[in-house]
Ligand binder design. Sequence first.
Ligand SMILES: [Zn+2]
Length: 450
Amino acid sequence: MGDAAALWIKDPLAILADAADRGLVLQGGRIVELVAAGRSPITPDVKTFDAGAHVVLPGLINTHHHFYQTLTRAVPTALDRELFPWLQVLYPIWARLTPEALDLGMTLAMAELTLSGCTTTTDHHYVFPAGLEDAIDVEVKAAQRLGLRVLLTRGSMNLSQRDGGLPPDSVVQDEDAILADSERVVARYHDAGEGAMVQIALAPCSPFSVTTSLMRSTADLARRLNVRLHTHLAETEDENRYCQQVHNCRPLDYLEDCGWLNDRVWLAHGIHFNAGEMKRLAGAGTTISHCPCSNQTLASGTCPVCALERAGVHVGIGVDGSASNDSSNLMQEVRAAFLLQRNRYGVKAVSHRDALRWATKGSAACVGRTDIGAIAVGAMADLALFKLDELRFSGSGDPLAALVLCAAHRADRVMVGGRWIVENGQIPGLDLGDLIRRHSAAARKLQAGS
Ligand SMILES: [Zn+2]
């Protein structure tokens, strides 16, 4: 429970860590010892958890999502549309969000992530219609109830149809209100220390929904407050055309011009970069969140993950919003990344271990943390344990490969900072049936417009 007692996660079926065949010991919320083959813990007075039936991974880290979008999955009028027309159908529905609906959407998204082996997640919330000014506060409370580690981004939009932008006027705020609330939520919730459970980043939605002035002032504020920066970039060819027309340059040039090309920034998607741009990203230390299911659903293109990595860019994995994925299952996203990137780069270039690495170490780089994303001494005790006792795994040989190849989708146990937040495939204290009933009702109401 993050307390003084040491716990040995003993003799796992397999573990994604070096020299830890006999497992790991955690104490005080951190990993304090790896136990190599033929050894026993040197940590005194260890209690034991028998992991003989479990494959043990570092907790997975989700680097891009819009939790509220779980309320608009598979919306009939948004089906079969590319990004811009898809957004135009959904914005008016999102404009009707209430704090109660938002709480349900966020809780459901986080529950789904947690059950898929996720221990840290980001969320990009950028819809602030009247009455929803406290969206980030609602979100912090939901995350604390579930015990998930979060990097919540205070998103923003201030360029509406009135000014030639894409979103309707009712979902945007003005620059002063956005900056004031950004500063408020950072002061109130951001924990800069090791082992932080709640962190805040700033995240204008995208270059086509935010003014240049807000892009620049947000970067300035992030520097002053020492927090991370996030936005969507290089997602579609439409975006390239828009940027060329409006700013007479490519999206990355525009980003740099706004003071955004630095190591504080991680970008969602990063599909349409050329070789020179990849070098610039690497030199700046800017990282990319690869969202394979969303990119395939919206037919946006394929993120060049291997080329980015070869250029020196760190790449993590994100499930993206449920209206484009429409799933919040991070383990399935690992498989999707594996399949998509292998198809692009070949069997020698991409293994199941690469895909798992993207969702752990790669994602940790995106969220700017060195205390999570690996099973190593000193790291936080954030773990995802999977059993291979389902139909889909029967007959499998390599347990780690089986998780990816046989499509693992539900963790048996999940630990954050030494505390179990999933046990026996369930979240203690959360009635999933009741949550689904209430969430479905809220989604129906939102989509019906009443
Ligand atoms: Zn997104």
